[in-house]
Design a protein around this ligand. Structure first.
Ligand code: SF4
Ligand code: ZN
Length: 444
């Protein structure tokens, strides 16, 4: 089983029979070595190992009490799936509610929602789905038309934090659980440290207490678990997850740091734990002590949405970003088959270029008239090579066609980030058969 993470990182699930008995149960064959340990465990005991680590985090940091209503943010990915399953197993009597935000990202969000619905059904956890496009009239995709086109993940983070916090408050949730694991926390800590953002660093603990009245407490029960173990937990448990990456996934500084930490940890196996412990036990307590002298931020209601904000302009970060969309006149990025055929017949041919990103033999056996074949592997190339291929067409309208609309959409989004006027062709099979029929008719 393979899992492609946002950012292109691939996780592979592979058990290794160690030809020895499990260290815990001493009966079954050991097949997994949990990260950063010398333990050799069988599958079942590995699950217990992960659950014990989560229980330890919850109890050590007093994350929630038995009477509190707990909300779990579920994205459709492996981390939040494992978190929900572990919490449900450890605390069957706790009031737990799953919350999913459908971000309106084409060829991704609806699949993620299906995975979340299946997960909640399997675990028998009530689910709230909040669809951004339906409820608010915008989607994360729309930000490709703003100056945030190269920072979509950052906008997405702001939007997610805002709605999760609001939904949690509206549903009287006391504690929000997020699925940040040790690797997430450590790479963010390193990135934030090198930005000199010590206030940000001090907030990266396992518990974030409310900054204003009514705000739920935020906790990270996977704080002591490494990402690979979280992935193995969801794979062994057969949890429904969306295995494809979000088309906006980009290499952020945090992801770069994560890669660097991973490499260092391979060179010296305790590197990760040492760094984690320096941040947690030495640096953060020191900063917290200093911060006591700094006056607390004032929170006032946002002028637009009324949610409390520390912003000096009294407009919260979410509203400032959403306001940018008001200036976008046209949010078109995809054409339906008939719409495209009409467009083709009414537009000068020299202004349009069509790219076919299917396999070469399929392109050769029939494509759109005048289409140029592009190897789909080009998507994995570095920025320079990718852009060089399309540079000659910078002033034209570029259209992309693939098998399902998904790969071509990845091309479109990547090109939009570099200022190209790129569009996706949806329902490609229907479009191709309509063109074929049109050409046949013209010949007759
Ligand atoms: Fe994740 Fe970025 Fe996609 Fe949002 S836009 S879901 S942060 S990859
Ligand atoms: Zn606001």
């Amino acid at each position: 089983m393979k899992y492609v993470k946002c950012g292109g990182e691939v996780f592979e699930f592979k058990l290794t029979p160690f030809k020895t008995h499990c260290r815990y149960c001493k009966q079954k064959e050991a097949e997994i070595k949990p990260s950063g340990t010398s333990l050799l465990l069988c599958k079942e005991c590995f699950l217990l190992f992960c659950e014990k680590k989560v229980k330890m985090a919850i109890e050590k940091h007093k994350m929630f009490g038995e009477k509190e209503k707990v909300g779990v943010m579920v994205s459709g990915g492996k981390d939040s799936a494992a978190l929900l399953a572990i919490l449900k197993k450890l605390y069957p009597q706790q009031e737990i509610l799953a919350i999913h935000l459908n971000l309106g990202i084409k060829y991704y969000s609806d699949f993620a929602q299906v995975a979340v619905e299946k997960l909640c059904q399997k675990l028998k956890v009530p689910l709230i789905v909040y669809n951004l496009k339906e409820k608010e009239g915008f989607s994360i995709d729309d930000f490709v038309f703003t100056h945030f086109k190269n920072k979509i993940c950052s906008v997405c983070g702001t939007i997610k934090r805002y709605y999760f916090s609001r939904i949690a408050r509206e549903n009287k949730i006391d504690v929000i659980c997020t699925a940040h694991h040790l690797d997430d926390v450590l790479s963010t800590m390193t990135s934030v440290f090198f930005q000199g953002d010590f206030l940000g660093l001090s907030r990266l603990g396992p518990v974030i207490y409310p900054l204003f009245q009514g705000q739920p407490k935020k906790v990270k029960p996977l704080y002591y678990l490494q990402e690979r173990d979280v992935f193995y937990y969801s794979a062994i448990s057969g949890l429904p997850i969306e295995k494809c990456a979000c088309p906006h996934s980009e290499i952020t500084p945090v992801k770069e740091w994560k890669k660097w930490i991973e490499e260092k940890d391979k060179e010296s196996p305790s590197f990760k734990f040492k760094l984690f412990s320096i941040f947690r036990k030495k640096l953060i307590p020191l900063i917290k002590k200093e911060l006591k002298k700094v006056p607390k931020e004032d929170f006032l209601p946002c002028k637009i949405c009324q949610e409390p904000t520390p912003s000096k302009s009294n407009i919260c970060a979410k509203c400032r970003r959403v306001k940018l969309l008001e200036r976008v006149k046209e949010r078109k990025i995809e054409y339906e088959p008939d719409e495209f055929l009409n467009f083709l017949s009414s537009s000068p041919q020299n202004e349009i270029v069509i790219f076919d990103v299917r396999e070469k033999e399929d392109f050769e056996s029939g494509s759109l008239p005048g289409a140029i074949w592009i190897n789909p592997e080009l998507l994995n190339e570095k920025e320079k090579i990718f852009i060089k291929t399309f540079k000659p067409y910078k002033k034209k309208k570029l259209f992309f066609l693939c098998y399902t609309g998904r790969t071509s959409y990845y091309f479109v989004l990547r090109l939009r980030k570099f200022g190209f006027l790129a569009f996706n062709l949806s329902k490609p099979k229907e479009l191709l058969s309509k063109i074929k029929w049109k050409l046949k008719k013209a010949l007759v």
